[in-house]
Ligand binder design. Structure first.
Ligand code: CO8
Length: 374
């Protein structure tokens, strides 16, 4: 291994539009009322299940989410549509995802004190890409004028940490000089706004991180990556079945199973102990205990999940400063959640402080990095 590998900058792009729980619940309940009226006879005969009503109080209590940002608000609150209205772009225009990725990438480059010439690898890592090819990463690479190579990788909520894992390995192996990892999480097209159990969970955002060798770092706030750890374990409890074979299946592309759906309770019960055990093992690799970790940048899935995991690790409730939560305004932003927390809550840390970045989600997949402030 040549030199230490360092996170030298990060960027965040927040959409202009925000949707409150109240707005979302009003739209959903309006849709449910209309659905129940239209399907009255089928509901009465037991053929169709009535749509239950949603509540803003439930959402905040069960998830910690008060509002979420959306790339486009049009259509989401329209009870006759219940999905965003994103105009299709021509092939000679920048794709939606590349556009939001570039906003975050530019802000990460600035914070790392780097230009396009310093970067030779671009990884676009997120839960979905809006097309199969050409890769969004290559589009971002071209738009930013980066020479080298780029590729997309999908690992649901763990895409960002798994991509940082790849970046770390490339730097450590000497096959890259500096890697730009970007997470354009455009989740709203895959949210089922007609499903009471999940209509409130997700928001859109884009984050980015620059990873380089310690010798080339010139930024103010840099963190050495001490190590990375990843694990996956197959589970059907969080699924999205839309894919390129859907057309050949002759199935309904608007069917609920094509969108995000989950057995939320099971996920909660199974993922929390997995994540806590994973983190404990990872810290032990460095002879560190949870009490020595100054900052926890955890995946932002659900306030109760985050609280349970940190309570398991620390044996007490962490302070807001120790384990920042961004769920209230950003909601679950798939793989970007822990990076938003990192981006917003690291500048106060002192040289020698430890931080733990960790994602957990669909797959199941868990990814973590132990970081040390330079
Ligand atoms: N309003 C009112 N009541 C509701 C609502 C609502 N909106 N939703 C559910 N209820 C009702 C239920 O029907 C249930 O009623 P009953 O007791 O009569 O059956 C009651 O409230 C309790 O429901 P739950 O048991 O489901 O409620 P929970 O307290 O478990 O909370 C959660 C539900 C918030 C979903 C919770 O289970 C949870 O957060 N689980 C963790 C799962 C999680 O975070 N998953 C996200 C994983 S994301 C991921 O991996 C990313 C994939 C890629 C992202 C792409 C996005 C498009």
């Amino acid at each position: 291994m040549s030199s230490s590998v360092v996170i030298s900058g990060s960027g965040l792009w927040t959409p202009e539009y925000s949707v409150s729980n109240e707005e979302l619940v009003d739209a959903y309940n309006g849709y449910a009322e209309q659905f129940n009226l239209t399907n009255k006879d089928a509901i009465n005969s037991g053929e169709v299940a009535a749509k239950p009503f949603s509540s803003a109080e439930f959402i905040e209590k069960a998830s910690g989410i008060c509002s979420r940002y959306t790339y486009i608000k049009d259509g989401i609150l329209d009870i006759h549509r219940m999905r965003p209205l994103i105009p299709q772009r021509n092939e000679d225009e920048l794709s939606d995802q590349a556009e939001i990725a570039i906003h975050a990438a530019k802000s990460a480059l600035k914070s790392a004190n780097k230009t396009a010439d310093d970067i030779d690898v671009v990884i676009v890592a997120c839960a979905y890409t809006q097309r199969s090819y050409p890769a969004i990463a290559i589009e971002v690479q071209e738009a930013l004028g980066i020479k080298g190579f780029g590729f997309d990788m999908l690992v649901a909520c763990s895409a960002a940490t798994f991509a940082l894992h790849r970046a770390y390995e490339m730097l450590a192996a000497g096959t890259a000089k500096s890697v730009l990892v970007v997470n354009p999480e455009l989740t709203s097209p895959q949210v089922n706004y007609c499903d009471r159990d999940s209509h409130f969970i997700f928001g859109d955002v884009a984050t980015a991180v620059v990873v380089e060798n310690k010798e080339t770092v010139t930024s103010e706030h840099a963190f050495e990556i001490l190590s990375t750890k990843a694990v996956t374990q197959y589970s059907n409890n969080i699924r999205s079945n839309f894919g390129y074979v859907s057309r050949a299946n002759d199935s309904d592309p608007f069917a609920a199973d094509k969108l995000f759906h989950q057995a939320g309770r099971k996920v909660f019960k199974e993922v929390c102990p997995m994540a806590a055990e994973h983190i404990t093992e990872h810290l032990a690799r460095h002879q560190l205990t949870s009490e020595q970790v100054n900052r926890w940048w955890l995946h932002q899935a659900n306030i109760n999940m985050n609280t349970l995991i940190t309570r398991k690790l620390l044996g007490r409730e962490p302070s807001k400063q120790e384990a920042p939560i961004v769920l209230d305004t950003y909601a679950n932003t798939a793989s970007a959640g822990s990076i938003i927390a990192f981006n917003l809550y690291h500048q106060d840390m002192q040289a020698g402080d430890y931080g733990l970045l960790c994602s957990f989600g669909a797959g199941y997949s868990i990814g973590s990095l132990v970081l040390k402030k330079l």
